[in-house]
Design a protein around this ligand. Structure first.
Ligand SMILES: [Zn+2]
Length: 188
């Protein structure tokens, strides 16, 4: 009998959890949130299919917990990705965003819902576009900035193009004028 009632209890809590997820606001979760945030903050969240593979690769153990949660996994439409690329080029964050970052951004912009992320580049891109983000330590108003490309040779400055190559670090492209490497610099 004790066994039965504890089963019922667990079942009720689970039902409550699902019910709760239908009333909280729609939001997109980035992979760091999937990896580190408490499970009750993840339930009902929207994520990209590419995040499934990423989390499985980064943390097989955590992925088992996450896959058991009620999460809305979505394929990202190409036109949403194209839009995300343009928005991220405008703030200048694009060259440092990964494929998965772009998927996450595209979902938040395409669905026009807040993005839950602790990543300052994703936060900055969203806020430059006038969109909401939420982080686990929501410590007051955040600074918003823009990046541009600056040539290490002739010092010319340009906007970040939407078709720019993306990488974790290093020069972004070669200067069209003098051929020297161009680096990301914060616009002052
Ligand atoms: Zn140059």
């Amino acid at each position: 009998m004790v066994w039965t009632s504890s089963l019922e209890c667990a079942h009720n809590r689970w039902v409550d959890g699902v019910h709760y997820s239908t009333v909280v606001m729609m939001r997109v979760l980035d992979t760091a949130a999937l990896l580190h945030w408490p499970a009750d903050k993840l339930v009902g969240g929207i994520c990209a299919e590419s995040q499934r593979q990423e989390i499985e690769r980064v943390s097989p153990q955590r992925s088992m917990l996450v896959f058991a949660l009620e999460i809305d996994w979505r394929q990202v439409p190409n036109d949403w990705l194209e839009h995300a690329r343009k928005v991220a080029a405008k703030s200048g964050d694009l060259p440092r965003l990964s494929d998965v970052d772009l998927d996450v951004l595209a979902l938040a912009l395409g669905l026009d819902v807040p993005l839950f992320t602790d990543d300052y580049r994703l936060q900055n891109t969203m806020q430059n576009a006038g969109k909401n983000t939420s982080s686990i330590d929501s410590s007051g108003a955040k600074q918003v900035w823009k990046w541009q490309l600056r040539c290490t040779g002739c010092r010319v400055k340009t906007e970040v193009p939407a078709n720019v190559d993306r990488s974790k670090k290093g020069p972004i492209k070669d200067c069209d004028i003098c051929g020297s490497p161009m680096m990301l610099k914060k616009v002052k």
